[in-house]
Design a protein around this ligand. Structure first.
Ligand code: PLP
Length: 859
């Protein structure tokens, strides 16, 4: 009942700091209830005059502007507040409706939500884009300028965080009862500058402007404890009970981000926790006059949700990160329990009303925290509690890269979360006892399957803990789900059987990644599919197949691609000061910079191309396809090799772009500060995009889906969702190359593999770097060494020859404009499977057990 009656604050804030008196007169409440009901009944009708009035009212009141101060920023903010007003009403209705029916909800727990901007998305969802566009024009502003004023909510690193955002979009659009839970970082993913060709990180001040898309909930606060000790006491009926006491307590406060479904009344919620500042003072030391000490505690607490760790697919074992994870887990589980208790149902019903999805292992402390809350705070016995836990949680694995596996040292856990460490020991002990019973005398198996890894120090394997506690474990693409069954979870299959391990191929929200990012194509599609329903039912795109060969349609299709390329060319000119021709082939690789994603191989291919072009005769050159190779992406701030890859790309770009002998046949661009909004400009403009991870390393990828949905062709390895995209669109419409996942281990470990003994093309490319063509060669020494003394872990020297062949095949195919456009149309037409709506339907039916519950429209 968050909507009408905020949780009683007394139970969850420090006694001295309660601000509200919950004992209001019943009469007043009834009056308020009936007035609010009246108010809720009247959703603002939509017409230009009312919308205009709402914007003006927010300009003058919320924004405190007089006419001469009104600029596009103030206008954007006022318009955003007026949209938010509508969202809040629907948010209230949705939540109240779901509460009243006591439907089962899913809680999608994710340390990251890469939301990007909200305004355009909300206007399209509510069907208000046209009205707002007209109104803004009426005020002397245009929509594009106003939309550009919005900051990017970058509370995530890359694919995993964006997936969470797409999934909440689908939950809302499909009317599923469900929320996202996350953290409200004051600084999201850093901003990337390129200085002297190197990446430079600057803080992302995304809360610098007030954020109209979040609703602060000062009444919804929970205490979260760290350190301290565990005491054992006997309760009234003589049972021993553990109590975690002392230590340090911080408050987590809720901020709600409403997420509208497309074309539905449903507005769902992402609840983000912020470590609350005012409430953190250590009251004890404050009263003793120890101001410094009290203030130090405050600063420490502020830093808990201050900043997102900028590591993608890489674990850093910092204490602060562990505390972030626990703050997140504890506040979320406490909140879910409060909401459950309001239903008045017995504990055995908890899994019938609550499903919790762990987005990777980051929220896994939610497992021992739920167990602790149930036994220590609610007085359930261990087995009853554990039964509830294991019927509630399910877990998504996102990677098999060893460096990404979360492991926490036991001593660190014991210090920061002593009660949880003892619960984890017990969970593991009871689990191992059951394993031993089934497989007696198999010490090796016990050692392998234990959630505690032996060593100095011992470490908790979070993926194992998540697996033991979850009723279902899923990978994110067919190939990945098969790989995890054969590798990290092999022993678990031995014990649990394989039914617990399933696949849920990732998806993307068609709303953002086609309808919003590519309005021209969206309109063309609607005109030929003859309904807008494809936005919610992506399989309808299949109808586009019928228009392959239709000359007029194909011309429109190409015109739109060209228009999108012009839009990107203008952006490149603006941010990189490089002029590129929209008539050249746009060859794009945009994603986090990582060795396994092999941007290094791409730029080596560019150098190869550069050498080829330079060696060509004038007449031969005339026949070549002009190409713009576009890179974008951030490297983790501590990832030295990835940062060198950026430096190599920018260094090659500087030389190639300045070389007039190439007749503009090759340009290389590194677009700084890749984020959701930049992706929305780049993706619709690609002719070809590269998804070239070493086979078996990219769990799914989602940008591959975004590109193909927008009629872009893939050049890729047989990895992640590339495999299923190929199945859907047909192998004649994708360019695959490289070794296969099941060959990788052999290549890495047998003598068949001798780096550098392999291909002369690669040798000559490396020579071009080493002879100083792109600046001091010593700069790139450590990068080149990854291929030699480093053992070439990602098999660039194995795949390079077939990569060059594939690039040639792409060039050949691109020359045939007619077949290229047919391929492009077929790509879009067959992407229905990759809607996040399909993924969410599968999760809902097969893992969560939730049903759509559309909020009825107003009468
Ligand atoms: C989709 C997306 C990603 C994921 O890209 P992959 O190529 O699948 O790794 C990363 N960052 C942003 C901003 C995205 O929109």
């Amino acid at each position: 009942m968050e909507s009408t009656a905020p949780f009683s604050p007394t139970s969850m804030t420090m006694p001295g700091l309660v601000r509200h008196n919950s004992l209001e007169g019943q009469v007043g409440k009834t009056k308020i209830a009936s007035l609010m009901e009246e108010f809720d009944k009247k959703e603002e009708p939509v017409d230009n005059e009312r919308v205009q009035n709402a914007i003006i009212r927010h300009l003058s009141t919320t924004m405190v502007k007089i006419p001469k101060q009104v600029d596009s920023f103030a206008t954007y903010m006022a318009a955003a507040y007026s949209v938010r007003d509508r969202l809040i009403q629907r948010w209230n209705e949705t939540q109240e409706y779901h509460e009243s029916l006591q439907v089962k909800r899913v809680y999608y727990m994710s340390m990251e939500f890469l939301l990007g901007r909200s305004m355009d998305n909300a206007l399209l969802a509510l069907g208000l884009k046209k009205v707002y566009s007209d109104c803004l024009n009426g005020l002397g502003f245009n929509m594009e300028d106003c939309l550009e004023e919005e900051l990017n909510a970058g509370l995530g690193n890359g694919g995993l965080g964006r997936l969470a955002a797409c999934y909440v979009d689908s939950l809302a659009t499909l009317d599923y009862p469900g929320w996202g839970y996350g953290l409200r970082y004051e600084y999201g993913m850093f901003k990337q500058l390129i200085v002297d060709g190197y990446q430079k990180e600057v803080p992302d001040e995304w809360l610098g402007d007030p954020n109209p898309w979040e609703l602060p909930r000062p009444d919804i606060c929970y205490q979260v404890r760290f350190y301290g000790h565990v005491n054992t006491r006997r309760n009234d009926d003589g049972k021993e009970q553990m109590h975690w006491e002392g230590g340090q307590v911080v408050d987590a406060m809720a901020y709600d981000v409403p997420v509208p479904g497309y074309g539905t009344n449903n507005v769902t919620n992402i609840r983000l926790w912020s470590c609350k500042k005012e409430k953190l003072f250590d009251l004890g030391s404050f009263n003793e006059g120890d101001y410094d000490h009290a203030f130090a505690a405050k600063m420490h607490a502020e830093s808990l949700t201050a900043v997102l760790y900028p590591n993608d697919n890489h674990m850093v074992g910092k204490e602060l990160r562990l505390k972030q994870e626990f703050l997140f887990a504890s506040a979320t589980l406490q909140d879910i329990i409060v909401r459950f208790k309001q239903t008045g149902r017995p504990w055995s019903d908890f899994p019938n009303l609550v499903a919790i999805q762990l987005n990777d292992t980051h929220p896994t402390l939610g497992v021992p925290e739920l167990q602790r809350l149930l036994i220590d705070e609610e007085g359930l016995d261990w087995d009853t509690a554990w039964d509830i836990v294991t019927r509630t949680f399910s877990f998504t694995n996102h990677t098999v890269l060893p460096e990404a596996m979360e492991r926490w040292p036991v001593p660190m856990l014991e210090k920061i979360l002593p009660r949880h460490m003892s619960i984890i020991y017990d969970i593991n002990l009871f689990f191992l006892q059951k394993v031993e019973k089934r497989f007696p005398d198999d010490r090796e198996l016990l050692r392998h399957i234990s959630a505690i890894e032996e060593g100095y120090p011992q470490q908790v394997r979070m993926a194992f803990l998540a697996c033991i506690a979850s009723h279902t474990v899923n990978g994110v693409a067919e190939i990945h789900s098969e790989i995890i069954k054969k590798t990290i979870f092999k022993d678990f299959i031995h014990y649990f059987g394989s039914e617990k391990f399933v696949n849920k191929t990732n998806g993307i929200a068609p709303r953002r990644w086609l309808h919003q990012a590519n309005p021209l194509l969206s309109e063309l599609i609607t005109s030929v599919v003859q309904t807008k329903d494809w936005v919610k039912d992506l399989r309808l795109l299949g109808k586009l197949e019928e228009f392959v060969g239709d000359a007029e349609f194909e011309q429109q299709w190409m015109d739109i691609k060209l228009a999108n390329k012009k839009r990107l060319a203008a952006y490149i000119d603006k941010v990189c000061n490089i002029k590129v021709s929209p008539h050249a082939m746009f060859d794009v690789q945009v994603k986090r910079i990582h060795e396994y994603k092999r941007q290094f191989m791409n730029i080596l291919g560019v150098i190869h191309r550069y050498n080829q072009l330079k060696a060509m005769s004038e007449t031969r050159r005339q026949k070549e396809v002009p190409k713009v190779v576009i890179f974008s992406g951030k490297a983790a701030s501590g990832y030295y090799v990835a940062k060198l890859i950026i430096k190599l790309i920018t260094s090659v770009a500087a030389v190639v772009n300045a070389d007039e002998s190439l007749d503009n046949l090759l340009k290389v661009v590194f677009i700084p500060d890749y984020n959701v909004s930049v992706a929305e400009v780049i993706i619709p403009a690609s002719d070809i995009s590269q998804h070239i991870s070493t086979a078996g390393t990219e769990a799914s990828g989602t940008s591959n889906m975004k590109f193909v949905l927008n009629g872009g062709v893939i050049l890729g390895t047989v990895d992640g969702a590339n495999v299923e995209i190929c199945e859907e669109i047909g192998e004649e419409n994708i360019f695959n190359f490289g070794c296969l996942a099941d060959e990788v281990e052999d290549f890495r470990h047998t003598q068949r593999y001798r780096p550098m003994a392999i291909h002369p093309a690669l040798k000559s490319v490396l020579k071009t770097i080493e002879n100083g063509t792109f600046g001091k060669p010593s700069i790139f020494g450590p990068l080149i060494e990854t291929l030699t003394s480093g053992g070439d872990v990602y098999l660039i020297s194995i795949d390079f020859p077939s990569y060059l062949e594939a690039l040639k095949a792409v060039d050949r195919a691109y020359r045939d404009k007619k077949s290229w456009v047919a391929r492009s149309i077929r790509c879009t037409a067959n992407m229905g499977k990759f809607s996040s709506d399909r993924s969410i339907h599968e999760y809902a039916r097969e893992i969560w057990g939730i049903k759509p519950c559309p909020t009825p429209p107003k009468v």
